[in-house]
Design a protein. Structure first.
Lengths: 656, 659
């Protein structure tokens, strides 16, 4: 729990402790420069780097309300000179100030060029006495081989500091040779969690001044990669938070205690049994005999509630004009006909209970931005509420608070998501079911005709279902049909060689999550097949000729993270030109890996070629040791998709 | 000088603005907005996001040169994408005061909203400079829904250093009615220049003149079209004051623009002992004047960091050469200033050349200082310099041979010119004069990409071997720039990304770069790879795509929409592939792709595959002769690209010899 109240009186002893450290911290001195640093031309641990951080420190003293940053950076290439433009980051001037900026350039020969230039203050956003600013400056006389050095102090209100979390940014975009971190906390107990820091290097709290200290060497530069997990989970950092005196020492007890409080609040919100029973009676129909039928009927009912979470952000004036009343309980949600995501889910749980179905709430950490860390006693990690309903021995995880989310399915962020579940038996940690590839299916059914010039024409029916359809519906919810048509046509064109024309002729299923999203298109692909004197060479995976292996690089640092498993099913029929004879069709391909599979088969059927292709990805997270296997798998898929059927044209066949 | 605006910053600002939440007062929309809202509209294409119902600009000039401009604009939002027009961004700085800002909306349900300047967010981050003293106010208009009518009005006051105004009346969406009203003091005169529109006569009003246009079509973005500013309609007006001391504020000719810049900038080229010393250090070991020029140019290109700090007139006026030298940083005009100062030390005279980095924006018939956004230099070559091998040279009747050089472009060596400046216009600034010059278009052979490969196919279809790429001109500069920005350890990824476009599965086994930091020499890339499953076996046939890598076709014209603008290439060029593929034993040629030869005014393409029992040889050349393909030749270009694309997908067929 973050501290919610504190007294200025409590600060006094910490001001005194901090004051002991003050004479040391206040010294306006630069650290000595070694000959080795001056002579440094490359770092073996990070060869060819444009620049390296020789030293950095982050010294925070909450009792005195400041955080001092110090950077010493060696410039190793022309490109590295860009680090001489310094931006201290944005700050809200009513909360923080940036003070005492000092900087200098050390030439390769050791001579010093003090920074005497101007420090510019940029206004990022300002209105009505509230402003967000940033300070920026640029270092003089910076050459390859120079060392640039700067420090500044972030000054803040000692009281304010108690209410905000803080973190040490351990991993920078540059390789760091040495780093020193220190944090002298304020009056309350400070706890911390390390992410990506070796346990043996964890921060230690000193007895003499209460400072939490950590010294590290050789910290890798942080580099973003495609298909990587959320950045906050990958970039090394130490997160600090103040805790109130009544925080349980045992983190499990924290979750129990907080969970209990949350449950009470939620149960109070849902405690409108009479109103719920009345609504259930009005909604359920005689044919809703089973629990599942009742659940579905009530699910449809609550999804008709106006969902404020998914509406466009409104200006305050618009909100004033609309004057929506607060929902204080589920009866209000029902009565007003609107609600936010969690309140709609609470209404659903309350209706289920009123219908005699066991239902509870669960809170999860949505895995698009972050993963759940059980060892961090911060309730705010849990960002979304779901409904868990029981039908006999079967448990269902449900989220009607997401528009178009079909019954029985969760949006991908909430699948395989960890969180906390509280029911009458108490708190338990839980993980929502991991989705399977069949929960996100894309099917492509094409009926095409090939002419003797190699041009393909015909129709394509696309169908997206489950998580795939939900993702698309949510992504396009603010758009109109014109935009959706344009986007889909562009997407399909991207699957085909240059010169293809694609026209969408029908699309259905935008307004309901219970049916697949289906789209019909007309295609023309001039010169798709290569025509030679005697033959036509036809790439049989028509819709995958432009695919790329997404894992081309030999080197991989972070795990590969697919958001969800998926299945792609193609069924393509190609009517061949008259008098063209099939000389050869590609052999069937079948790859089976622990994480997925790929099957493609080409069959001759009368005057047609019939191509079936199925690509299944079952894995979500791949550690780096599995990267070569994944890379090889995609390479073989590409090879399979490049296969060609060989057609013999009649002229050649007759010997002309 | 800097381009104004930065989309990323702008989007960030919108996000910040949402945090602030606007409080607005409900007041009726003004009559001019209601009037505009009532009009019947013609039918627009389904993808039209919004229509500007009214765009009005009223400029009032006072005797003392103060200019007050009132802007009014009314939109009707037609599609969800049109919501973006509800974010109003207004510019101001220390010299341009924003005196009034208000906005209104009428929702599709008829609800009305009003927001004022106090509701706006102020920001200074919408520039690419390290620091610029310009500010913007962002005002979010409530309820910008499809069907809504939104409008705003603001007034700016300024005392401009140049008495010129412009009315940009063409936009990315259709404009129903647009007008420009001018109120000049008695005795003042004006002249007009029309760009991309026929001249229209103004109508007299009670206190001035008004130009008005109706149903101005939208300029829809097309890939590889000329710069948007080069094709949009605008009216430029020069005002001529009566007072003699104000006359120099009006530039009626390029010469006057040149004079203005000469007076602003030329005195900044003051040398210092430190500059002199550095020039001596850089040039004593070389005797040839051209080598001396190269040494000084390289110093300014690479040892002076590009950093733009623009405050007030600093948007146009360079810093002092001594300050630039001491700080070792500056923007384009600063770099030009320092290099010019250093060149003087070796007896080479040079001149500022003002340009716009987008070809076609500067128009010879419209003299305007406000059009430029970049500064380069023209060096007066001594007679002793053999300029025959220097490409960026043109002869000036008065000054002799001039070598154009851009000290800001780190990768462009002396003798060459960045692509965007070629066949562009630049204002040559000489002592109290200016002359608009057409900058040279460098020949195709100066931008050369020669890719040659020695490869081998295994019986299983694995392709392996080595490739050498020799890159000059823009091909060298672009690749050099990307490689130098990338850490050594990650440079292989650039090649992996390239090969990944053509090879399904491969392993890069070796890679090296030659002349990476020898900017005057061709960049040479050498790499080797192994690609399993490259060739396909089909019964007793073996299918091999001879093209292997590289893409010369383009889908730029593959759209159903009718093309409205010419296609513009960045530069003329010559690209060549020469691949030798050793075949596995036991195969004979059954079929080869037909050779292709296409010759057009704008480009030539030839390709040929030949084979014998052991080797498949493939060669092709793409010669781009022009930088602009006129609209009339666009269908030819489309067919040209389609033929190349078809050829690139073709395969050679080999047959296994019978045992």
């Amino acid at each position: 729990m973050l501290l919610r109240s504190a007294s200025y009186r409590l600060l006094i002893p910490f001001v005194l402790i901090a004051a002991v450290a003050l004479p040391v911290l206040a010294k306006d001195e630069w650290l000595p420069i070694s000959k080795e640093d001056l002579a440094l031309k490359d770092v073996p641990q990070n060869p060819g780097a444009h620049a390296v951080i020789l030293y950095k420190s982050d010294v925070r003293v909450d009792g005195l309300g400041y955080d001092e940053m110090y950077y010493r950076i060696k410039i190793l290439s022309e490109e590295g000179k860009k680090y001489a433009n310094v931006d201290t980051g944005s700050y809200t001037d009513s909360v923080y100030r940036i003070e005492d900026i000092k900087a200098r350039t050390i030439r390769p020969d050791g001579s010093i060029v003090p920074f005497e230039g101007k420090i510019f203050e940029k206004v990022i956003a300002k209105r009505k006495g509230y402003s967000v600013k940033a300070k920026t400056f640029t270092m003089p006389d910076v050459q390859v081989g120079s060392i640039i050095e700067y420090k500044y102090r972030q000054k803040f209100d000692t009281y304010t500091a108690l209410f905000s979390g803080n973190s040490w940014r351990v991993q920078e975009d540059l390789f760091t040779l040495k780093a020193h971190f220190s944090f002298i906390p304020g009056p309350s107990a400070l706890q911390w969690v390390i992410v990506g820091v070796p346990p043996e290097s964890s921060p230690k709290q000193q007895k003499k001044d209460n400072a939490i200290v950590m010294d590290l060497e050789n910290i890798e530069a942080f580099d973003k990669e495609s298909y990587m997990p959320p950045e906050d989970e990958m970039r090394a950092h130490v997160y600090f938070y103040y805790v109130s005196a009544d925080l349980p020492k045992d983190v499990e007890e924290f979750w129990r205690k907080e969970g209990k409080e949350w449950r009470k609040t939620a149960e109070d919100y849902m405690d409108k049994r009479g109103a719920m029973q009345k609504e259930v009676a009005a909604v359920l129909k005689p044919e809703d005999a089973t629990n599942e039928a009742k659940m579905r009927r009530l699910y449809d009912r609550v999804q008709k509630i106006r969902n404020l979470t998914y509406e466009r952000d409104k200006t305050e004036k618009e909100e004033q004009k609309e004057n929506l009343k607060d929902n204080n309980n589920v009866e209000d949600v029902l009565k007003h006909g609107y609600g936010y995501h969690n309140s709609i889910n609470r209404l659903y749980a309350a209706l289920l209970r009123a219908a005699g179905i066991d239902a509870a709430l669960m809170k999860v950490s949505e895995r698009d931005d972050q993963f759940f860390h059980r060892n961090i006693p911060i309730w705010g990690q849990l960002t979304s509420e779901l409904v868990v309903a029981r039908d006999g021995s079967k448990e269902l995880f449900l989220d009607p608070g997401i528009p178009y989310c079909p019954f029985g399915l969760l949006s991908w962020e909430d699948t395989g998501a960890e969180g906390v579940r509280i029911d009458k038996d108490g708190t338990s940690f839980f993980k929502t079911p991991q989705p399977i590839a069949d929960n996100a299916v894309t099917t492509r059914k094409a009926q095409l005709r090939l002419d003797r010039e190699g041009t393909l024409t015909g129709t394509l029916q696309l169908s997206f279902s489950g998580i795939e359809a939900l993702r698309r519906r949510l992504g396009w919810r603010e758009d109109d049909d014109t935009q959706r048509k344009k986007d889909l046509e562009e997407e399909v064109k991207g699957w085909l060689p240059a010169g293809a024309t694609v026209e969408l002729t029908r699309m259905d299923g935008w307004s309901s999550g219970n049916v697949p999203l289906s789209v019909d298109l007309k295609l023309t692909v001039p010169g798709f097949a290569a025509v030679t004197g005697k033959r036509i060479l036809l790439t049989t995976s028509v819709l995958h000729g432009q695919d790329r292996n997404p894992f081309q690089h030999a080197k991989r640092v972070t795990p590969v993270y697919f958001h969800y498993p998926f299945l792609h099913v193609d069924d393509v029929t190609i009517t061949l030109p008259e008098r063209a004879q099939v000389e050869n069709t590609p052999a069937p391909q079948s790859l089976k890996a622990g994480f997925g599979s790929y099957d493609v088969k080409v069959e001759k059927s009368g005057a047609d070629l019939h191509v079936t292709r199925q690509f299944r990805m079952d894995g979500v997270m791949f550690k780096t040791e599995y990267y070569p296997a994944l890379q090889q798998f995609y390479g073989l898929v590409r090879a399979g998709d490049d296969q060609q059927a060989i057609l013999r044209t009649s002229n050649a066949a007759s010997g002309k | 000088m800097q381009l104004r605006g930065n989309r990323t910053f702008f989007l960030s600002l919108i996000a910040i603005a949402l945090l602030f939440q606007v409080r607005a007062n409900a007041v009726n929309a003004p009559d001019w907005m209601r009037h505009a809202a009532k009009q019947a509209l013609p039918s627009y294409k389904a993808e039209t996001d919004a229509v500007i119902l009214l765009d009005e600009q009223t400029t009032t000039v006072k005797d003392n040169g103060d200019v007050t401009t009132l802007y009014r604009r009314v939109y009707k939002i037609l599609r969800p994408n049109g919501r973006k027009f509800g974010d109003v961004l207004v510019y101001f700085d220390d010299e341009t005061k924003l005196t009034y800002l208000k906005a209104w909306s009428i929702s599709p349900k008829g609800e009305e909203f009003e927001v004022k300047e106090k509701d706006a967010i102020e920001t200074s981050i919408l520039t690419g400079s390290l620091y610029q003293d310009t500010r913007h106010k962002l005002l979010q208009i409530p309820a910008p829904e499809p069907g809504a009518v939104i409008g705003y009005e603001y007034e700016q006051r300024r005392r401009p250093s140049i008495l010129q105004d412009s009315w940009a009346f063409q936009e990315e969406i259709p404009v129903r009615t647009t007008r420009f009203s001018l109120r000049l003091p008695a005795g003042w005169e004006f002249e007009t220049y029309w760009a991309n529109h026929d001249a229209v006569q103004p109508k007299p009003t009670a206190d001035g003149l008004t130009w008005e246009l109706a149903d101005v079509p939208a300029i829809e973005e097309e890939r590889d079209m000329p710069s948007w500013r080069a094709v949009a309609g605008r009216l430029v007006l020069n005002y001529f004051p009566i007072k003699a001391d104000m006359k120099e504020k009006t530039h009626a000719s390029w010469s006057q623009v040149g004079t203005w810049y000469w007076q602003l900038a030329s005195a900044r080229r003051q040398t210092t002992p430190q500059i002199k010393q550095r020039v001596t250090e850089l040039t004593t070991s070389v005797t040839n004047p051209l080598d001396k020029i190269r040494a000084l140019a390289a110093f300014v290109q690479r040892d002076i960091r590009y950093v733009a700090i623009e405050i007030g007139i600093g948007g146009y006026q360079p810093h002092l050469a001594g300050d630039i030298f001491t700080n070792r940083y500056g923007d384009c005009k600063d770099k030009a200033t320092l290099l010019s100062t250093m060149l003087r030390e070796i007896g080479i005279e040079s001149y500022y050349v003002l340009v716009h980095v987008d070809r076609g924006v500067v128009r010879p018939e419209i003299p305007s200082a406000l059009t430029f956004n970049h500064v380069i230099l023209a060096l007066k070559l001594p007679d002793s310099v053999d300029s025959s091998h220097l490409l960026a040279v043109s002869h000036n009747a008065r000054l002799g041979n001039l070598l154009y050089f851009d000290p800001t472009s780190e990768m462009t060596p002396v003798g060459e010119l960045p692509a965007s400046l070629q066949e562009n216009y630049g204002l040559l600034v000489t002592e109290n004069a200016g002359e608009l010059q057409k900058l040279p278009l460098l020949p195709p052979q100066s931008n050369r990409l020669m890719r040659s490969a020695k490869l081998e196919l295994s019986p299983e279809g694995t392709l392996s071997g080595s490739v050498e790429e020799v890159r000059t001109g823009q091909y060298g500069a672009a690749a050099r720039g990307r490689l130098l920005q990338t850490q050594n350890a990650d440079r292989a990824k650039i090649l992996e990304e390239f090969l990944g476009d053509f090879l399904g599965s491969f392993h890069l086994t070796k890679a090296s770069v030659g002349n990476l930091e020898v900017y005057g020499e061709p960049l040479v890339l050498r790499y080797s790879f192994i690609a399993p499953n490259y060739a396909k076996t089909a019964g007793n046939l073996f299918l091999v795509r001879p093209r292997v890598m590289g893409e010369k076709g383009d889908d730029v014209l593959e759209t159903e929409k009718e093309r409205k603008f010419p296609v513009e290439f960045s530069h003329a060029s010559l690209q060549s592939d020469r691949f030798e593929i050793t075949l596995p034993a036991g195969y004979s040629v059954d079929e080869l792709p037909d050779p292709l030869e296409i010759r057009k005014d704008f480009a030539d393409y030839t390709s040929k595959a030949v084979a014998n029992a052991s080797t498949l040889s493939y060669s092709r050349d793409l010669l781009r002769k022009q930088v602009t393909v006129p609209l009339s030749q666009v269908p030819d270009l489309k067919a040209f690209y389609r033929d190349i694309g078809r050829e690139e997908r073709s395969s050679a067929v080999f047959m296994k010899a019978a045992n």
